[in-house]
Write a protein that binds this ligand. Structure first.
Ligand SMILES: Cc1cc2nc3c(=O)[nH]c(=O)nc-3n(C[C@H](O)[C@H](O)[C@H](O)COP(=O)(O)OP(=O)(O)OC[C@H]3O[C@@H](n4cnc5c(N)ncnc54)[C@H](O)[C@@H]3O)c2cc1C
Length: 508
């Protein structure tokens, strides 16, 4: 016990696990709190290895990389990364449909009224065209173009952000070099025991297979699906969301890259799940995420292999998971970051984002007193909100469908969804309005992309649209559409941009 007058400072943080979550956490803590004298130790077992999937990201990762001082070109080369402007969804509303969820705006708001409200009224007017023609990143995706956004807020080239697609096996080692350069100590070894303090119930130390004992003030569980500390030792509990997100397996295989280098991930809906296609510099990542209640492993693998664009580069790998989240992401003196905290399936590339949010919120709420983590409740409240919102957005993709060609789609289309999602869908259906979140994922353009992309056109539009004359608005829309197309035509091709900026490991 601390017998001194003031709070006992956290001096030692022990991160258990060296996957993407572990090394990102270690790098983040050492970069931001290393100067306070905090010591960070990371324990990992090469014999156990990492999950090794997780190749598509969201734009927030650039902020993380920038904050810890990562050089973008070096990172792109080291992880064979490509740029990502959004995700294409194929066959989701109906078979044969395709839309892109972009990392950016649709059009420009006018008189405080969202752009899609004008588009809704004039969608059938001559020269107006589909909503996606008013999203610069979507037009760029369709043309395999890329350049970073402009700093000039008046330019349409400033209306988007970008993320990366990278080799999942290379990002954690890349983070490791950054973390170790900032003073993180790495210990190789398998944790075989977690010792709890009899009095407080907190974790006191971990024991490795070779008998070494490592103690700490705060433990970060980054042991992936094992949940070694948060679950096996602290028995925190897990809220399953499988009734809404029933996909529970994935089979993954890389293949040779064919065709132009696309700046986006593709998610193609299948009979009982969906397939991903992630273009990297040196290969294409592929996977089939499915519900084992609706399709066998053999059939799922056959669907994946049949659809590969080029020769497979490895044997298919099967992964199992249960969608949901740990009841408390922070329990006692243990914070679960990464797959140990939960998994919501990879449809919108949200896992690495949740790792980053876990780290950012931990830094904001870093305990002042090692013996009384009052910050814990607020951390859990904020992380719960992140998970709940992502859950709703993911369910939307499956539920807002007209597909009735398999048992899986019939289930997804007709199931009861959480009230929070139901209310958002009803509001949009009636008025075209999306209520905004103060912060976090996903913002209004994301909801519009999916709802309109999956044929959920609202019954009405914002009445303020009627203030402008019809001919003016239709002319402005078609003018903006031409302007977007022209701006994209001036952008570099995606592969050319990587080459010109020395971001490729070898010639494409
Ligand atoms: C099918 C699938 C597709 C995915 N796609 C995406 C995607 O496109 N985008 C995205 O953002 N995320 C994706 N994810 C999630 C992403 O893979 C993870 O969020 C990310 O890799 C982080 O994993 P992790 O570090 O939590 O766990 P892991 O990579 O499993 O690392 C666990 C670490 O703990 C160590 N460990 C475990 N037990 C012990 C022990 N007893 N002693 C010592 N060390 C131990 C292991 O050695 C390893 O170092 C996907 C996940 C799956 C399953």
């Amino acid at each position: 016990m601390n017998s001194g007058a003031g709070p006992k400072r956290i001096e030692n943080v022990v991160v258990v696990g060296g996957g993407t979550a572990g090394w990102m956490t270690a790098a983040g803590l050492a970069s931001m709190l290393g100067s306070t004298g905090l010591s960070v130790t990371l324990v990992e077992s090469e014999a156990i290895g990492i999950v090794g999937v997780g190749e598509a990201t969201l734009p927030h990762i650039k902020f993380f990389n920038d904050t810890i001082g990562v050089d973008e070109a070096e990172f792109m080369r080291a992880t064979n990364a490509t740029f990502k402007l959004g995700i294409e969804f194929v066959n989701w509303g109906r078979k044969g449909d395709s839309y892109i969820h972009p990392f950016g705006e649709f059009g420009l708001p006018n008189e405080g009224v969202a752009f899609h409200q004008y588009w809704r009224k004039f969608a059938d007017a001559p020269g107006v065209g589909p909503l996606e023609d008013y999203s610069l990143p979507v037009v760029a995706c369709r043309g395999a173009k890329f350049q970073p956004p402009s700093d000039d807020p008046r330019s349409v080239l400033s209306t988007y952000r970008y993320a990366y697609q990278f080799d999942a096996l290379k990002y954690a080692p890349f983070m490791r070099t950054h973390a170790e350069a900032r003073g993180v100590s790495r210990v190789e070894g398998k944790v075989v025991d977690v010792v709890l303090d009899g009095e407080s119930g907190d974790i006191g130390s971990i024991t490795l297979e070779d008998g070494q004992s490592i103690s700490g003030d705060l433990f970060i569980d980054c042991t992936g699906f094992f949940g070694l500390l948060i679950e096996q030792a602290l028995q925190t509990g897990y809220d399953e969301w499988t009734k809404w997100l029933p996909c529970d397996r994935a089979v993954a295989v890389p293949c040779e890259h064919m065709g132009p280098l696309l700046p986006y991930t593709r998610a193609t809906a299948e009979e009982a799940g969906w397939r991903w296609r992630i273009p990297l510099q040196h290969r294409t990542g592929n996977g089939h995420v499915y519900s084992s209640a609706f399709i066998s492993d053999d059939d799922a693998q056959e669907t994946l292999v049949r659809n590969l664009e080029g020769p497979a580069l490895a044997d298919p790998r099967l992964l199992r998971f249960v969608t949901g989240k740990r009841r408390k992401l922070w329990n006692r003196n243990c914070v679960a970051v990464g797959l140990s905290g939960g998994f919501l399936e990879p449809l919108e590339s949200t896992s690495i984002y949740l790792i980053q949010e876990g780290i950012t919120k931990l830094l904001e709420l870093f305990p002042v007193d090692a013996e009384n983590n009052v910050e814990r409740e607020e951390y859990n409240r904020r992380m719960d909100l992140e998970f709940d919102r992502i859950r709703d957005f993911l369910i939307l993709h499956y539920h807002a469908t007209e597909r009735d060609d398999s048992e899986f789609w019939n289930y997804m289309r007709t199931m009861n969804v959480p009230d929070t999602l139901k209310e958002r869908m009803e509001l949009f259906a009636a008025t075209g309005h999306v209520s905004s979140y103060d912060h976090g994922l996903f913002l209004i353009p994301s909801w519009i992309a999916v709802l309109i992309g999956q044929r959920r056109l609202p019954d009405a539009y914002d009445l303020r649209v009627n203030q402008a004359s019809d001919s003016d608005v239709a002319a402005q829309l078609s003018g903006l559409r031409r302007h977007m197309a022209k701006a994209v035509a001036s952008m570099s091709g995606h592969a050319d941009y990587l080459t010109k900026n020395a971001m490729i490991e070898r010639a494409l």
